[in-house]
Design a protein around this ligand. Structure first.
Ligand code: HEM
Length: 168
């Protein structure tokens, strides 16, 4: 869903002005708000159910780095839709979730807040791309170089790394 939002977020701006463009913007916003709700649910579940223990033998600095990148991912997944919502509010547009119900405005019309929120939406995308890339590179390093169970735990169903039994 995040990947689709990113692709649609860029493509929709290039569409010629038309009812379809308005429709695509509305879908981007509704799916973005859905992602916000899912992120909150996931964080609540994490609080309730806890997180898996680190793979045995993981150095402490790597545990700290993993925790920091998970924290950054959650902050971005909350801040990205909130900045979009703020941008929409400060632009003076109404906001409906899939046309079903209206959401409150986070701000009145305000050109400065609008510019700030749009800047945040763009910078958060860059931060997301960096954190996701580092996160994925680290998982691949664990799988192909360290040959431990890190990636297998992230992608259940993936066969264990060559030359290693499952270790989770
Ligand atoms: C995690 C959820 C979201 C992701 C990953 C995401 C991603 C993006 C990306 C990559 C862009 C294009 C780059 C940019 O101009 O910033 C964009 C544009 C945009 N997004 Fe989002 N978005 C999300 C949620 C939302 C929400 C909830 C809203 C509004 C309620 C929203 C409103 C917009 C608008 C209005 C634009 C176009 C800005 C313009 O026309 O210049 N987005 N989004």
């Amino acid at each position: 869903m995040v990947l689709s939002l990113v692709v649609v977020g860029f493509v929709m701006q290039e569409l010629p002005n038309s009812p379809t463009k308005i429709e695509v913007y509305a879908l981007h916003k509704s799916f973005g708000l859905t992602l916000l709700a899912l992120t909150v649910l996931r964080l609540l579940w994490r609080l309730f159910a806890g997180t898996p223990a680190p793979v045995p033998g993981t150095p402490r600095w790597q545990q700290a780095a993993a925790q920091a990148s998970h924290g950054a991912l959650y902050v971005i997944l909350l801040a990205m839709p909130l900045s979009g919502w703020l941008y929409n509010s400060a632009s003076g547009f109404p906001l409906k979730w899939f046309g079903l119900f209206s959401l409150p405005k986070l701000s009145g019309y305000d050109a400065d807040v609008k510019a700030f929120a749009l800047g945040m939406h763009e910078w958060l995308f860059i931060a997301l791309a960096v954190v996701v890339s580092v996160h994925a590179a680290a998982a691949l390093k664990h799988h192909y170089f360290d040959r431990d169970a890190t990636l297998v735990r992230m992608l259940p169903g993936l066969p264990p790394p060559a030359g290693r039994e499952r270790n989770d």
